[in-house]
Design a protein around this ligand. Structure first.
Ligand code: S3P
Length: 441
């Protein structure tokens, strides 16, 4: 089977409604929390991507059974002490930073040493950002010079901590919140704003978590060692997966798209705020509150009057996984766009800031970089007329999908490698985009 796709023409006008798969962050959190509840949890519309499948396989290795019935995963937990950790175990997280970091928080009471491993990309990502705070709970945790494999041996003598999360990383914050759930006493966290699905789920489960939201930081207090019962959850669509279709529509001619039932948690919709400030006119209709999360249908249409943006740093965290496609819009907009302080992009599945700068230069976009700040000089007439080969992006799913959107909207003859990368987050990507009329071989 070919490892690449070929795209040789732009997508034609479309007017459709689509459903994207379940949110990855919420799916992984549901699997982890269900594995620690007492009794049965039923999770509907769980994302069936490799990151989530690896999470399911891992909890199974930890002694938690699950079955799938129709569109529902049924997971049976035994409470906080329910993982079978009476022997040494290896857990494989694949490409998933979220699972690897969050599960560490739940292993602070493991009886034996558990080793977390990952694929090539995950093995190049920094784990000191979670091992450092987890150490303070009193666990024995070590890494391979800050990288995987990470080995954790829990303790019966967990002590609550005070933790200042300065990066704006939901993974770090959530790992600490999970550890706090198992720790007697009050853990206090001051965290730079980041996605808050963990906090909302804990509230929904009736756990003693207090959150004081200020402008830049959230102040979170978790009182530990309160078990909770299994729960039911319907995972909404993923805004990060939707973002490729939002930008595809914006940059196509005379097209319209409705994306149904997407999670639009405020901590995730930086992309909507940014694109609307660039004149996109994306509408969120049919808003609903579902267990503290907000969902809506997203209405988007082609934009022919896009303008540059001076993107405030305060929006970085809520658009962190969407910058690759936001840069494409900036490249096609009138005027200059500036983005600042994007060093975190280089800590993702691949060094996305470096890759984006290279990519934009290759397609003829003027771009000025100063460390982690970039300036994109937009050109509404931007077209690609030559051959483009996209390789060596470390099998990063989001780079693959962004490249498809670029090919389908800017033209050129493309070969885009590593199509299997989409299995990490969005296996249905190619099927859906072809349904809109994209010619992809
Ligand atoms: C995630 C948090 C973000 C994001 C990742 C998913 C999560 O990472 O980039 O794709 O589910 O908590 P950081 O927490 O490292 O910023």
């Amino acid at each position: 089977m070919k490892k690449y796709v070929e795209i040789n023409e732009k997508i034609k006008r479309f007017n459709n409604s689509i459903i994207v798969s379940g949110d990855k962050s919420i799916s992984i959190r549901c699997v982890l929390l269900a594995s620690q509840g007492i009794g049965t949890s039923k999770i509907y519309n769980l994302l069936e991507s490799e990151d989530v499948i690896n999470s399911l396989k891992s909890i199974k290795k930890l002694g938690i059974d699950y079955v799938k019935l129709k569109n529902c995963y049924i997971i049976k937990g035994f409470g906080f002490d329910g993982y079978k950790t009476d022997r040494k175990l290896n857990i494989y997280s694949g490409n998933s930073g979220t699972f690897a970091r969050l599960v560490l928080g739940l292993l602070v009471n493991s009886k034996n040493q558990i080793t977390i491993k990952g694929d090539k990309s995950l093995s190049k990502r920094d784990f000191s950002r979670v091992t450092d705070p987890l150490k303070q709970f009193g666990v024995n945790i070590s890494s391979n010079r800050n990288y995987l494999p990470v080995k954790i041996s829990g303790t019966d003598f967990l002590r609550p901590i005070k933790y200042f999360e300065k990066i704006g990383s939901a993974q770090c914050k959530s790992a600490v919140i999970f550890a706090a759930l198992k720790t007697p006493g009050l853990t206090k966290i001051k965290a730079k704003k980041s996605r808050n699905h963990t906090e909302l789920l804990l509230k929904e489960l009736g756990l003693p978590i207090k959150i004081l939201r200020k402008k830049v930081y959230d102040y979170i207090e978790v009182n530990g060692q309160y078990n909770f019962k299994g729960f039911n959850y319907i995972v909404p669509g993923d805004i990060s997966s939707s973002s490729f279709f939002i930008v595809l529509t914006l940059l196509s001619l005379n097209s319209r798209l409705i994306i149904k039932n997407v999670n639009i948690n405020e901590s995730r919709i930086g992309i909507i705020t940014i694109l609307n400030r660039m004149n996109a006119n994306i509408l969120l209709k049919n808003k609903k509150n579902y267990k503290g999360e907000i969902t809506s249908d997203i209405y988007v249409k082609s934009a022919n009057n896009l303008k540059g943006i001076k993107c405030p740093k305060s929006l970085n965290s809520s658009a962190i996984d969407e910058f690759l496609v936001i840069f494409l819009v900036a490249a096609k907009a009138k005027g200059i766009s500036t983005f600042k302080d994007l060093g975190e992009l280089n800590k993702k599945e691949s060094p996305r800031l470096d890759i984006a700068v290279n990519f934009l230069k290759r397609i003829g976009v003027k771009i000025i970089r100063s460390k982690n700040d970039i300036k994109i000089i937009g050109n509404p007439k931007l077209e690609i007329n030559n051959k483009m080969i996209m390789k060596n992006f470390k099998k990063d799913h989001r780079v693959f999908m962004m490249s498809c959107v670029a090919a389908l909207t800017l033209g050129g003859k493309w070969k885009i490698f590593d199509k299997n990368s989409i299995n990490s987050s969005f296996p249905e990507f190619l099927t859906i985009i072809k349904k809109l009329g994209a010619k992809i071989n």
